[in-house]
Design a protein around this ligand. Sequence first.
Ligand code: UDP
Length: 312
Amino acid sequence: MSKRILITGAAGFLGSHLCDRFLNEGYHVVGMDNLITGSMDNIAHLMPRSDFDFYHHDVSKFVHVPEALEGILHFASPASPIDYLKMPIQTLKVGSLGTHHLLGLARVKGAKFMIASTSEVYGDPLVHPQTEAYWGNVNPIGPRGVYDEAKRFQEAMTMAYHTYHGIDIRIVRIFNTYGPRMRINDGRALPAFFSQAILGEDITVFGDGSQTRSFCYVDDLIEGIYRLYQSNYTLPVNIGNPIEISIQQAAEEIIRLTNTDSKIIYLDLPVDDPKIRQPDISKARNILNWDPKVERAEGFESTYQYFKTVLQ
Ligand code: UDP
């Protein structure tokens, strides 16, 4: 009998890549998604498999899975700023009520419980690069607060179940990630720039483009998450690529790569947009022996190829 795990957000960008990875490792995967931001296209190739089950369900409501589970990976949530601005209540509920339901399920099943936390727990950071020891600088009532505070609550709740109920937990703090299966219109910088470049539209840089991010290719991220899941480390671990670039530079690289005639235009910077972001990944290096491997040129190229096929 293969080991069975539940992945929530299975039809999303990261969730679907995680399903692939765990299936490749011989797990039986139960995927769950309410499809408010996920897409069945991301898991269509898995539907015929007998070692994959899919439940169309909102984990903010009671979650029932009849079979034994070795682990639960909670990756369901709107995750891009325009999504959580459009769906603030759902974002708060999936991080809070959803997490509570899944922790209850983990307790009943004796399952390991992993959550997808985020660099957003650090908010607009006053410490750079961000280590896991940093407590963050978050505006609870700002537009990003619904996501940031849901994720911070999720960490607190997960830690409480670890401390009081002995649940075996993993907390991955995910930094900006990109690659195939990102939604073209999810509003994030890289999908926006790639689609604008391919369609010959203006490239929309917010602010003056001097704000920074550190972009990790999805395959590297999934490797880090898989290693953390298999480890026995129960405190938060940053997973991301520490190479930091400005948004202006990202836009220029995409213009060069795609050979587009599109021009950069500068729009208002969204409220509470973090000015800098770079993960300190010493912990992941030491504990998981993990380091990102995919160069940006290679990652951008395969992402470009993916977006071309989606847009044609
Ligand atoms: N951004 C941009 N143009 C866009 C979308 C985003 O300049 O069309 C900026 C955004 O303001 C932020 C950075 O790019 O400073 C990364 O934004 P993204 O939404 O990708 O992720 P997050 O802000 O959550 O890191």
